[in-house]
Design a binder for this molecule. Structure first.
Ligand code: PMP
Length: 418
């Protein structure tokens, strides 16, 4: 009881400080945005046409993106120039458009629209809440598989995909997954590309939002999923997604998708029914800025890493110092991306988030990393240290660690009573 009272007193004292710290959403910090500010002035009167001769002010140009942007972002996704559509400001929007077309019309190899039967989608947990919300709002039933240090649980996926024709695909983050930071292994890539599926239009939606967001100088680059699918005779099986939301500006960047030439032709036509063209001026602004950045895309990503690394190090330092060896929680130590995933040993995540909120620290709601916001084990907490300065990350982590200790102590006391 002494330990509990002691922790309660500490918590009360912090509450009185009226802090307002936020490690809730994965947003870049202002220093990250500052790196891209020269982009605001790269467009001038001379840039009414792109180098390839596209008139950036007018409609013609199609719904596949300007050639210069296709060249730049296809190299980022490690695919061919004719395997990409470069769109507007959001990869999530491109993904949702493909889901919508799949539901109401079907994809290239579909016999019927996916909504004709109850479409199911495999998602990884813990995972990204916006994927879950988007899919559920569109009427998909979600089937969860665990995320592992090698990527999605491949055995579970093989078994689901080979047995149920209503399972239409998989949505996951291949590199530095949101929130665990795990990256898919070559072995899992090969198996995803080659596995038998009951649905002939089974599609892997690989959200590679963090494919160049390394925090180390020696990143592990996984085998390319599109290449693997082509090699294994399933070229239409995968659609890759990426954006510059965490390279230039969040919400004012450029989103793109990568897929086989046949899929690109199919999707370009569909997108062309929705909009005559994408915002080509914005695409060209990004091309001019990123191509001329010292070191190109790897160059700016290194600068981002320099800003982000101390924040991720602060998370590890404080968690080890405050919780190390106490058997109260385990947490990931990602080599890239934007998140750290923490699991409490006891089923107390919701209480921890409540306590941290009372103490002035906003965290992603407990359960958000599972469909319908329900973590069946009530253990997972997503930490997003990217936006606040290092000192605030440190303070927020100290408070989180205290709240984990307090909630664990509360739980043990209650268990002892009952
Ligand atoms: N995918 C993942 C996995 C993300 O974490 C995020 C941002 N939190 C996004 C997509 C958002 O991408 P965009 O801004 O291109 O829509």
């Amino acid at each position: 009881m002494n330990a509990l009272n002691n922790l309660r007193e500490k918590h009360q004292a912090i509450k009185k400080l009226n802090l307002s710290l936020n490690i809730e959403r994965g947003q870049p910090g202002d220093e990250n945005f500052d790196l891209a500010d020269p982009m605001l002035s790269v467009l001038g009167i001379d840039q009414r046409k792109s180098q390839s001769g596209t008139d950036l002010r007018n409609y013609p140009g199609g719904a596949q993106g300007i050639p210069e942007a296709r060249a730049l972002f296809s190299s980022m996704l490690r695919i061919e120039k004719d395997e990409i559509i470069v769109g507007n400001n959001s990869s999530l929007q491109l993904m949702s458009q493909v889901f919508m077309w799949a539901m109401i019309r079907g994809l290239l190899h579909s016999d019927e629209p996916w909504c004709t039967k109850k479409a199911k989608m495999i998602v990884t947990v813990p995972g990204y809440d916006r994927h879950f919300l988007m899919l559920q709002q569109l009427g998909f039933d979600l089937v969860t598989v665990p995320m592992t240090p090698e990527g999605p649980d491949i055995q579970a996926i093989e078994s689901l995909a080979s047995s149920d024709p209503e399972i239409k695909g998989l949505v996951f983050v291949p590199t530095y997954s949101n929130p665990t930071g795990d990256t898919v292994s070559d072995r899992v890539v090969e198996r995803l590309a080659g596995m038998p599926t009951r649905a002939k239009d089974f599609t892997i939606f690989a959200d590679d939002a963090y494919c160049v967001h390394h925090l180390t100088d020696t990143p592990k680059i996984p085998k390319n999923l599109l290449k693997a699918c082509k090699e294994q005779g399933h070229p239409e099986r995968v659609i890759l997604y990426g954006s510059t939301s965490k390279m230039t500006y969040a919400g004012a960047g450029i989103g793109f998708l990568g897929a086989s030439q046949a899929n690109i032709g199919f999707l370009t036509k569909l997108f062309g029914y929705q909009s005559i063209t994408f915002n080509k001026l914005e695409q060209y602004r990004h091309v001019l800025f990123l191509n001329n950045y010292s070191g190109g895309i790897p160059g700016i990503m290194q600068r981002h890493a320099t800003i982000l690394k101390p924040k991720f190090e602060a998370v590890q330092r404080v968690l080890h110092r405050e919780l190390g060896g106490k058997n109260l929680a385990t947490w990931s130590n990602p080599e890239g991306g934007y998140f750290v995933s923490l699991d409490t040993t006891r089923p107390i995540a919701a209480r921890v988030v409540e306590l941290t909120r009372e103490a002035g620290v906003a965290l992603t709601p407990a359960g958000a990393t599972y469909p319908s916001g329900k973590d069946p084990h009530n253990r997972n907490i997503r930490i997003s240290p990217s936006r606040p300065p290092v000192s605030e990350v440190e303070k927020a982590m100290e408070i989180l660690a205290l709240c984990i200790q307090l909630a664990s102590e509360e739980y043990d006391t209650q268990q002892a009573r009952s």
